[in-house]
Design a protein around this ligand. Structure first.
Ligand SMILES: [Zn+2]
Length: 265
């Protein structure tokens, strides 16, 4: 059995079509996934299946859904100044009671998110974190770790020893890895009741041998799996520290292409 993991970015809005708007693409995709009778597996159950602790039905199809970066558009509807009312991922999920459990990988640092207001979303204050707890409580959307500052290109200073930005494979020391991963987990845990972060998504999908072969398996114990952006299905042979994901708009661009991903065996 092979399972695709999908990821969407809520701030990808440059119009109101499937190809120009991830919120709309997700709405159409979830409708398709539901119509086709495909089961949605949580990231946590995916991990159990990889590790052999969960048995799935071979005659069924499964998919896993994730969201990256963690702007408020994951959770709150928003009036876009140019493209009008936008329905959040959460609002779309609510239309299918007891169907989907998804995961938002969020950027933890409050300072980073306040910079992104200006550098990524044109001054729109959509990078708060008051929705994390509500999302967790909803049972539809879990919050997990997408690093401290994403090594985001638009920051003056990032938590990397040489201030290298835009490439997460530059995280090659214990100090940097703890600053990016461990501190992000601690911040997220501090904002949500009874939370313990266990999953990580590599910013830009970038990883390296230090992270996958030393840091994650040997230098820390809270994170149990890490997600890349490689366009492959997950199997029970997949390495926990390199779980591939398909990216909306990059690896599939239409409902029909998604259908191919869902049914490719
Ligand atoms: Zn990201």
């Amino acid at each position: 059995m092979r399972i695709p993991v999908l990821t969407y970015h809520a701030t990808n809005i440059s119009g109101n079509s499937y190809q120009s708007n991830d919120l709309l693409a997700f709405e159409e995709d979830l409708q398709l996934i539901h119509q086709l009778g495909v089961n949605i597996l949580s990231t946590y159950d995916l991990l159990k299946w990889i590790e052999g602790d969960l048995t799935l039905n071979d005659s069924q199809h499964y998919v896993v859904i994730t969201f990256d970066d963690g702007s408020e558009l994951d959770f709150y509807d928003w009036q876009h100044p140019t493209y009008g009312q936008q329905q959040s991922f959460y609002s779309t999920l609510k239309s299918y009671p007891n169907y989907a459990h998804t995961t938002s990988f969020v950027i933890a640092s409050p300072d980073t998110r306040s910079v992104l207001v200006d550098t990524c979303t044109a001054g729109h204050s959509i990078w708060g974190d008051d929705w994390w707890q509500k999302a967790e409580k909803s049972g539809l959307l879990s919050i997990e770790n997408h690093s401290w500052d994403h090594l985001h290109e638009t920051l003056d200073i990032v938590a990397q020893q040489n201030n290298e930005k835009g490439d997460f494979s530059k995280i090659t020391s214990l100090e940097d890895a703890n600053a990016q991963i461990n501190e992000a987990s601690q911040y997220i845990d501090s904002q949500i009741d009874n939370k313990q972060v266990t999953l990580f998504a590599y910013p830009y999908g970038d990883y390296n041998r230090y992270l996958t072969e030393d840091y994650f398996p040997n230098q820390q114990s809270n994170i149990k799996a890490a997600f890349t952006c490689e366009a492959k299905h997950v199997t029970q042979e997949t390495n926990n520290w390199k779980i591939p994901r398909y990216v909306c708009g990059l690896h599939w661009k239409t409902n029909a292409e998604l259908k191919n991903l869902l049914f490719s065996q």
